[in-house]
Design a protein around this ligand. Structure first.
Ligand SMILES: [Mg+2]
Length: 410
């Protein structure tokens, strides 16, 4: 059986459309093979002359190797592209002669959501690779899972598609334009994201911007700081509760009103209260309406149980429903506020999606809504105490911990 350089059987892969040369104005195409991984979340194009190497020079595509011909931010169609700099072909060809494998890692979620036709996009990749005129392997992430930068799934796929050759990270480089750079005299618009810089940081390989790599720009432009540094959670010694002498459980029957973003760890905390101390969890996602939550809380208290209200409860109005019950039934009421901010909640939610099939996707709009409704809890609302709960993640195994410590959102 004939095999390509990636070591995959050739006959399983779909062949490029031979009519494409005409479509792209007769440019000569570089022969190569398409394959797919991860249930089609990842497309891989490998030119026939691409060979496994230990040194890899990796590039983002849009805004790094190509830009639009039209000058628009997003291409108007699959032909709306040109190489970003005149020197790109020559530079990449010389990398190949220096013994590098040249790799492109590109996020293209638009294909999955149906904005871009998959086959036309494949033809575009073939045309770009032909124009560069060098052996190249291209990884196209079309989903929102582990293959999407800054997550490192595409790198793992590269490791599997490099013959038996180990990759030497020390002598490899990744170049991308999503570098989190600020607006400045030389940069009229700030970078749209930091995904490329984070991707390289997650991998532990050297990162350069297109200007630094292709134009030899020496200047290190200001960027960041990251909105959330996951590893920091482990570098600082923090206690779960503040103040540290907060009593859990309370001696008397009580209502605990949780406050925090979706993804801030409220449910984990409430579950622990339930398992360790018999608190009854009241949760709107399960019960449907706040009226049902109020009824369930009353019922549990009347049964002699303490309750924990596991809702986001951002504002006074939502919390008042529960302080009023406490008052009515003459029990204590405490507020437990999660310290987790929006950026961390976004990270936590992304981690859940990547690690659990049942995790619900919570959009950024829902998080922003909580942020805009948020009113700092006060004792005057009817609380006997207000405590802060710090998010301290725990992991079953080291690989989960490693994943959590990466940048997962851009
Ligand atoms: Mg880009």
């Amino acid at each position: 059986m004939k095999r390509n350089s990636a070591g995959k059987p050739k006959e399983k892969m779909d062949k490029a459309d031979p009519t494409i040369d005409k479509f792209f104005g007769g440019s000569s195409k570089k022969a190569g093979t398409w394959s797919a991984e991860g249930g089609n979340d990842l497309l891989i194009y490998t030119t026939d002359d691409c060979t496994p190497q230990s040194k890899v020079a990796c590039f983002d595509m849009d805004g790094t190797l190509i830009t639009t011909k039209s000058g628009k931010v997003f291409p108007t169609d699959v032909n709306d592209w040109k190489l970003l700099y005149d020197c790109i072909s020559i530079r990449i060809q010389s990398l190949v002669s220096e013994g590098f494998k040249v790799v492109i890692f590109t996020n293209q979620k638009g294909i999955q959501v149906g904005k871009v036709d998959k086959n036309s996009f494949k033809r575009k990749i073939e045309a770009i690779v032909s124009e560069i005129g060098a052996p190249i392997q291209v990884f196209v992430s079309i989903g929102s899972g582990i293959y999407r930068k800054p997550c490192t799934g595409m790198w793992e796929a590269l490791l599997k598609n490099n013959g038996d050759v180990q990759i030497d990270k020390e002598s490899s480089v990744y170049v991308g334009d999503a570098a989190g750079r600020h607006k400045s005299k030389i940069r009229p618009k700030k970078d749209h994201s930091s995904a490329d810089r984070y991707f390289a940081a997650n991998l532990g390989i050297s990162f350069k911007t297109p200007e630094q790599f292709f134009l030899d720009q020496k200047l290190e432009e200001p960027w960041g700081p990251p909105t959330f540094e996951p590893s920091r959670l482990f570098s600082e010694k923090i206690s779960e509760l503040e103040p540290a002498d907060v009593k859990v459980p309370s001696e008397e029957k009580e209502v605990i009103v949780m406050v925090g973003f979706p993804g801030s760890g409220k449910s984990t905390f409430a579950k622990k209260l339930s398992e360790d101390h018999g608190y009854v969890i009241v949760n709107r996602d399960k019960l449907g309406t706040w009226q049902k939550c109020v009824a369930a809380a009353k019922y549990a208290l009347n049964e002699g149980k303490s309750v924990v209200i596991d809702n986001t409860n951002p504002d006074r109005e939502s919390r008042k429903r529960y302080t009023e019950i406490a008052k009515e039934l003459d029990v204590e009421c405490r507020c437990f506020k999660m310290s987790c901010n929006l950026a961390q909640a976004q990270h936590n939610l992304r981690y859940r999606i990547l690690t659990s099939k049942s995790a619900q996707d919570v959009g950024i709009m829902v998080l922003r809504m909580h942020g805009s409704k948020f009113q700092e809890p006060e004792l005057a609302e009817g609380f006997n105490e207000i405590a802060t709960v710090n998010f301290i993640p725990k992991f079953d195994d080291e690989s989960r911990r490693e994943l959590f410590c990466m940048y997962l959102t851009d």
